[in-house]
Design a protein. Structure first.
Length: 234
């Protein structure tokens, strides 16, 4: 792992000639991701992010924290105890430099520093599950990290709209596997990360997986093809 996302975040924070990230998937072309987007404040966030941050309560774990914008708001504006968790070491270093008191560079599957009242997985939080083949592993880990009366706030996107449709409304999707299972590639400053598995989930598929792993689930907010869901323990 070259940690290109972390490098971009580090360069931007230190003003060391940052450039925009470029991303692509197995079904989409190259797209620009302005690195300053990862440093946006609450007013610049979308409605799903804002709703999730307002619903957070108690002891919070922000999984996939990136540059720490969500965690920083939780800590400084909501005055909650929050831990920023990301697999990217450079991102977590920036989280610390931005003043997030608890910041950990770790794969969530190996993270074991207590349990939490709110767990956040935002910016297509379902992506971290990689594929339907291993989603149970991640949901079971989340179940273990969550307090008995706690909540998981996670967003996802149904990408069915990205596939061609015929005149009758039928959609042409790959014959093998779930259509939301993609390869995701990050490029930065003429370097390319190895492809990673990334999962875009429609709500009903997430619902089935969550209920099979001991959760209740409700849709909190729908914004076009994206949604915010709340998971609680049965």
């Amino acid at each position: 792992m070259k940690d290109l996302m972390g490098k971009a975040i580090w360069d931007y924070y230190h003003n060391e000639n940052p450039e925009d990230l470029q991303t692509e998937t197995s079904i989409s072309e190259l797209d620009e991701l302005p690195v300053n987007y990862l440093f946006r404040d609450f007013d610049q966030m979308n409605k799903i992010e804002q709703k999730a941050l307002k619903l957070a309560e108690g002891k919070v774990l922000d999984i996939g924290a990136g540059a720490g914008s969500h965690a920083l708001y939780i800590q400084d504006e909501r005055n909650l105890d929050v831990t920023a968790l990301d697999i990217s070491p450079k991102s977590i270093e920036v989280c610390k430099l931005r003043g997030i008191k608890k910041s950990v560079a770790e794969n969530m599957l190996y993270f074991s520093e207590g349990t939490f009242d709110t767990i956040l997985l935002l910016m297509n939080g379902t992506g971290i599950f990689q594929s339907l083949q291993v989603i149970d592993i991640y949901l079971k880990k989340l179940h273990d990290l969550l307090n008995a009366e706690g909540q998981i706030l996670i967003d996802g996107t149904d990408i069915l709209y990205m596939f061609d449709a015929d005149e009758d409304g039928g959609v042409y999707i790959p014959a093998e596997g779930y259509y939301g299972e993609l390869d995701y590639i990050v490029h930065y400053k003429d370097e390319s990360e190895d492809p990673i598995k990334w999962l875009y989930l429609d709500f009903n598929t997430l619902k089935n997986a969550a209920e099979n792993n001991g959760f209740r689930i409700e849709k909190v907010l729908q914004e076009e093809d994206s949604y915010l869901a709340r998971l609680t323990k049965v």
